[in-house]
Design a protein around this ligand. Structure first.
Ligand code: NAP
Length: 245
């Protein structure tokens, strides 16, 4: 489904981003897989070895503007194009109202919002020239509905949703599509960080009675990256198994 396509996926050292990179490579894409820590993509690269596409590790922190620019210079130099950007890297830091410090607000917005703005601009510059492209942002169900203890995180994902809709409007005339995925509760380290007790408690809020898998999210991402969704833009696609928050 992605044969010949060039994609950049951020935050692929684990969880949803790792699975998106594997799914894209399995479908023929050349995937520039980003992670912060040198060597943290060794197993991903190994696992993708016999796939139709390939994984190219690209180490940088999404909050480092100079590193972002260099990454795009490299992608442009090596391919002359970029078909898909997946803004997946994200952090979650929860605290109740009254207990939130300024560093938390800054850190969460720097990764979840400011970096997405910068990456979107850098990708759009290449995509405008080629008059095509798909940008996919990882939002969250809590960016739509809110959630106790997640004032900062939910606001950051709400910003991602607003950004997705605005970018979709602005870039549609250039044939660039911008969509977001709003996962519910997906079985990753991020979700498990809330603790076993809360995880069990929250299972009761999922209509389908189970946590989502990284594959569930990656398959939706594949659809949005591929030409199957060629007339889909500005959409926030829930992947939540009928979760109530
Ligand atoms: N899991 C869920 O239930 C859920 C629900 C809704 C939305 N989401 C969203 O889906 C996305 C992926 O979540 P996940 O559950 O897979 O999370 P995860 O398991 O915590 O993985 C997050 C990934 O982002 C990377 N990352 C964080 N900060 C980064 C930075 N500054 N630069 C580069 N990479 C960075 C991490 O790399 P390191 O190894 O370097 O830390 C890691 O690879 C996030 O945007 C999250 O908000 C997840």
């Amino acid at each position: 489904m992605l044969k010949g396509k060039i994609a950049l996926v951020t935050g692929t050292s684990r969880g949803i981003g790792r699975q998106i990179a594997l799914t894209f490579a399995g479908n023929g894409a050349v995937v520039y897989a980003n992670a912060r820590k040198e060597g943290s993509l060794d197993s991903l690269t190994e696992e993708s070895k016999n796939m139709n596409g390939k994984v190219m590790p690209l180490y940088f922190d999404v909050t480092d503007t100079d590193a972002l620019k260099n990454a795009f210079i490299r992608i442009k130099k090596e391919n002359r194009k970029l078909d898909c950007l997946v803004n997946n890297a994200g952090i979650m830091q929860d605290a109740l109202i009254g207990m939130i410090d300024k560093k938390t607000i800054h850190d969460v917005f720097e990764t979840n919002v400011f970096a997405v703005m910068e990456l979107t601009q850098l990708a759009a510059r290449i995509m405008i020239k080629q008059q095509s492209g798909s940008i996919i942002n990882l939002a969250s169900i809590v960016g739509i509905n809110g959630n106790k203890g997640q004032l900062v995180y939910s606001a950051s994902k709400g910003a991602v949703i607003a950004m997705t809709k605005t970018a979709a409007k602005e870039l549609a005339p250039q044939n660039i599509r911008v969509n977001a995925i709003a996962p519910g509760m997906i079985d990753t380290e991020m979700f498990r960080s809330i603790g076993t007790e809360k995880t069990t408690e929250r299972l009761g809020n999922i209509g389908m009675g189970r946590l989502g898998t990284t594959e569930n999210v990656a398959k939706t991402c594949l659809f949005l990256a591929s030409d199957l969704s060629e007339y889909v833009t500005g959409q926030i696609v829930g992947v939540d198994g009928a979760t109530i928050i």
